[in-house]
Design a protein around this ligand. Structure first.
Ligand SMILES: [Mg+2]
Length: 139
C-alpha cells in the first residue's frame, strides 16, 4: 500500500490534499529513480534519513550563522539548501509511507484549532499559553 492510500492520524476524511495530486508525487517518483539508479535505497533507513534531514536543516541554518538581522545569505545558496531539505524530507516520507500533503493538511487543521484567530492573531504565544480549551489541546 502506498502512502497515498493511507489516512494520516487526524486527517479529515474530505481532505483537499494528497501527494498524488501535487507535484510532490512527481518529485517522489524522480527521487525513487535517482536513488534506485545509484543503489542508494540500502542506505535510506528511517534513522539515517531522519538524521540527514536534521543535517540538511542545519546546513540551511549555517548560511545564517554570524549574519546580522536582515543580512540574507545568497539566494542561490538558500535555494540549494532548501532543495536539500525538501529532497531529504520527501525521501523520508516515501520510506515511511507517509503522505506529506495529507499529513500537513491534518497538522494545519490541528493548528487551526490550537490557534483560533480571535486568540492567536498578532501573538507569538504557544497554544497552551493562549487559554485553549482541553478539546483544542488534544496533542
Ligand atoms: Mg545540503
Amino acid at each position: 500500500m502506498s502512502g497515498r492510500d493511507k489516512e494520516p492520524p487526524g486527517a479529515a476524511p474530505d481532505r483537499a490534499y494528497r501527494d498524488a495530486e501535487t507535484p510532490l508525487a512527481v518529485l517522489a517518483e524522480a527521487l525513487r529513480g535517482f536513488n534506485r539508479d545509484r543503489d542508494w535505497e540500502q542506505f535510506h533507513t528511517p534513522k539515517d534519513l531522519a538524521m540527514a534531514l536534521s543535517v540538511e536543516a542545519s546546513e540551511l541554518l549555517e548560511l545564517f550563522l554570524w549574519r546580522r538581522d536582515g543580512d540574507l545569505p545568497p539566494a542561490e545558496r538558500l535555494a540549494e539548501e532548501l532543495g536539500d531539505v525538501l529532497i531529504t524530507l520527501t525521501n523520508l516520507a516515501s520510506r515511511l509511507d507517509v503522505d506529506l500533503m495529507a499529513a500537513a493538511e491534518a497538522k494545519l487543521a490541528l493548528n487551526g484549532r490550537r490557534y483560533p484567530v480571535e486568540r492567536a492573531r498578532g501573538s507569538a504565544k504557544k497554544y497552551d499559553a493562549l487559554g485553549a480549551t482541553p478539546e483544542e489541546d488534544e496533542r
